[in-house]
Ligand binder design. Structure first.
Ligand SMILES: [Zn+2]
Length: 370
């Protein structure tokens, strides 16, 4: 039986039921990369790791985690890059980007996962909607994963129109907040809901403009706001969630329950969404380990460390266990109380690049091409 069949599971948080398959899938995934990616094989061998060591949930921590920064400096592929269907880059905060590629099979499982995930959270609708993308208009020159994700996610309801916060014109991007306001004014009289998706910073810029212009709209019932990707270069302008939610309700008439917050990492293409208590629970497609910043040892619940994300479905690249540059804390499911049966994590800011380098340096020959 194919070990990835659990990606079809309707309950996307049924961890106990799918645990055996997850471990088997991780084993198979790593064995595949070992066979097809010599650089990865070298790392595994250097660490003395063999997939036969994987026999329960705790043993997953033995898989050597590769820092996202490592993917920015090295090209690791297990399938020929030319043959990959989807090509993307990470957003490249700080100037360096990871080159990413996904084959047909990984894309297929990724789509299954995203469809189940959106369906579980009732974000798939047959009712057409107008779509406001709070980010870049896709273009041949833009291969950033976040641009592709926001555009792809807009099709979870039939799209009547797309309006972009950053419009592509004459080989560059121009800010288009006034264009969004114009679209909102005309769409607010329509019967069809409006879906916003993208970066919280552009949502805030839009809301500020509405305040400045003294415009208050009551958007059609069913309108939703889906935010993700963080504030990036606008970090110093970040406002609290409460302030953002207040403005969304005040200026657009959208209730808190229709505002969704996502988390994802380009090098770990699994979606996370905040529950009603504002927690990122871990779906069946992945596992989360929090590691000590100095020793990389797994930490217990409640301790701040580096966020390590694991998933078994990508065949084109060894993204099996990825060490992000986010600091986070893990909490047991029961301490949330929302009813979702899996543990959740809380983000606690970012670790410095030098910290990541130091903590990963003993694990792999970091700066050099392996
Ligand atoms: Zn919860």
């Amino acid at each position: 039986m194919n070990s990835l069949t659990f990606f079809w599971n309707k309950d996307i948080y049924a961890k106990n039921k799918t645990s055996k398959l997850f471990i088997r899938a991780m084993k198979e995934n790593i064995a595949f990369h070992r066979l097809h990616c010599p650089k990865y094989k070298k790392i595994l061998d250097m660490q003395g790791f063999n997939e036969s060591l994987l026999h329960n949930e705790a043993s997953l921590a033995l898989i050597p985690p590769l820092p996202t920064l490592y993917f920015k400096r090295n090209r690791l592929f297990s399938l020929p890059y030319k043959k990959l269907r989807i090509k993307a880059t990470s957003s490249g905060t700080g100037g360096i980007k990871s080159k990413l590629g996904f084959d047909d099979k990984s894309f297929y499982y990724g789509m299954q996962m995203v469809c189940r995930f959106f369906s579980y959270h009732k974000l798939i609708s047959l009712k057409p909607s107008h779509c406001i993308i709070l980010g870049f208009e896709p273009s041949a020159k833009n291969s950033v994963a976040a641009t592709k994700t926001a555009y792809g996610a807009s099709f979870f309801s039939p799209v009547l129109s797309h309006t972009y916060a950053l419009k592509y014109k004459d080989n560059s991007y121009i800010i288009n907040i006034d264009g969004i306001i114009k679209a909102l004014k005309s769409c607010s009289k329509s019967l069809f809901p409006i879906r916003f998706m993208g970066f919280p910073s552009y949502m805030y810029f839009l809301l500020e403009k509405l305040v400045q212009y003294k415009i208050k709209l009551k958007l059609p019932k069913g309108s939703k706001v889906m935010l993700g990707g963080g504030w990036k270069q606008f970090g110093d302008m970040e406002v609290s969630k409460d302030r953002l939610n207040y403005l969304i309700k005040d200026r657009l008439g959208i209730d808190r329950e229709n505002v969704y917050e996502f988390f994802s990492v380009a090098e770990h293409p699994v979606p996370y969404i905040k529950c009603k208590n504002e927690h990122f629970h871990i779906p069946i497609y992945s596992r989360v380990i929090i590691r000590d910043i100095n020793t990389l040892k797994p930490l217990p619940y409640g301790k701040v460390g580096i966020l390590n994300l694991l998933t078994p479905y990508v065949r084109s690249m060894p993204l099996s266990s990825v060490l992000t540059d986010d600091l986070a804390v893990l909490h047991p499911a029961k301490s949330c109380g929302c009813g979702i049966a899996t543990d959740y994590f809380e983000l606690k800011g970012r670790a410095g690049v030098s910290q990541i380098k130091t903590c990963a340096a003993h694990a792999i020959d970091f700066g050099e091409k392996v």
